[in-house]
Design a protein around this ligand. Structure first.
Ligand SMILES: Cc1cc2nc3c(=O)[nH]c(=O)nc-3n(C[C@H](O)[C@H](O)[C@H](O)COP(=O)(O)O)c2cc1C
Length: 328
């Protein structure tokens, strides 16, 4: 069944979660090449920073190649005037082509919350409303607007979702934990289902997406069916299977050699995109995706990740590829 929506996604769609320092343009390219999600998000980008001297550094989080078609810009901050300005620039295509803007109202980080941003907005509806309205004014209906949030601050608080559902949003993504729970307990999908019921009553045209602990395509589809959701968002599941958005993932059948080759592609992209301007250590968490689950993998990872530059790392990966190729 096709849902009429401004993202042009079919019901039962899957999105790649925004993950700071993870889903940059390099990793999104890897995931898109493995099997593309229906929607992707940038890492969260601070609008107050974008409107300050830090703009040139921060805007790199929004830069993306022309061919990347399914991308939503996720923004956060405090000053509604800056939300207005950045939303306008995004709709004016100053940062390239995006298919929507998402407001982060869920990040639980201590410093962010202390400053009153992201999940702190759950307890500051006046500012949340100003931010939503300022962003809408900047977008002038040219792009859809969505919010990503949690179940509540200290406890589940459906009044927050009722409030959001009255703002005529195009999509609402719910990470099934409260702010206090951080990532320490399992996501509460029943509560996500309750928010979907609220949506049916209050704002039938808002897409509802559930998020939290989904580790496979099948699980995502089961949750969509069970909780009658429009879509599911997957974050850390990509660490276990970069092909997770495919209903026929080849990940478990892929040879060790092919996984080394995929890591090589990742590092080459990292090198070409960031020229080592991001510390090489950002690749540590990715190394674990590709070089894992075989005897000696820990030692190989430790050796690879002791590299001081992408060139050194590539040389070591090439040596591994040569060794593995000779074994075949
Ligand atoms: C390393 C990391 C960075 C994250 N950065 C963001 C972010 O920039 N914006 C956001 O809305 N959520 C962020 N999240 C939360 C994820 O989008 C997602 O809600 C959370 O990981 C739960 O989904 P999962 O269990 O599928 O990973 C981040 C999570 C992780 C693990």
């Amino acid at each position: 069944m096709t849902v009429l929506n401004r993202y042009h996604v079919k019901s039962g769609f899957l999105s790649l979660a925004p993950m700071d320092d993870v889903t940059d343009r390099v990793f999104r390219k890897i995931i898109n090449d493995c099997y593309p999600p229906d929607l992707s998000f940038t890492e969260f980008v601070n609008v107050d920073g974008l409107m300050s001297k830090g703009r040139q550094v921060l805007r790199k989080k929004l830069d993306h190649p022309e061919g990347e078609k399914n991308l939503i810009a996720q923004i956060w901050g405090l000053n509604p005037a800056n939300f207005y300005a950045i939303a306008k620039e995004i709709a004016d295509k100053k940062f390239g082509e995006f298919i929507g803007v998402d407001l982060n109202m869920g990040c639980p980080d201590k410093t962010v919350v202390k400053n009153g941003a992201c999940s702190a907005l759950i307890n500051n509806r006046e500012l949340a409303l100003d931010i939503i309205n300022a962003t809408k004014k900047g977008l002038k209906s040219r792009l859809p607007l969505s919010v990503k949030t949690r179940l509540g601050f200290n406890k589940i608080d459906y009044s927050w979702h009722e409030f959001l559902l009255k703002q005529d949003l195009d999509m609402l993504t719910i990470h099934g934990r409260t702010r206090s729970e951080m990532s320490k307990v399992s996501a509460d999908w029943k509560a996500i289902g309750e928010i979907r019921k609220l949506r049916d009553k209050l704002s039938p045209s808002t897409l509802i997406v559930g998020n939290g602990d989904v580790l496979s395509f099948i699980q995502a589809k089961e949750y969509i069916k069970k909780y009658k959701l429009d879509g599911v968002m997957i974050g850390r599941g990509v660490f276990q299977d970069p092909f997770i958005f495919s209903n026929k993932s080849i990940w478990t059948q892929m040879s060790r050699l092919d996984k080394f080759k995929l890591f090589k592609k990742h590092v080459e992209l990292y090198k070409a995109t960031w020229q080592d301007s991001k510390p090489i250590q950002v690749l540590n968490k990715f190394c674990k995706i590709y070089i894992n689950n075989f005897e000696g993998s820990k030692e190989i990872r430790e050796d690879l990740m002791s590299s001081k530059s992408s060139d050194e790392l590539l040389e070591k990966i090439n040596n591994q590829i040569d060794q593995k190729s000779n074994q075949i």
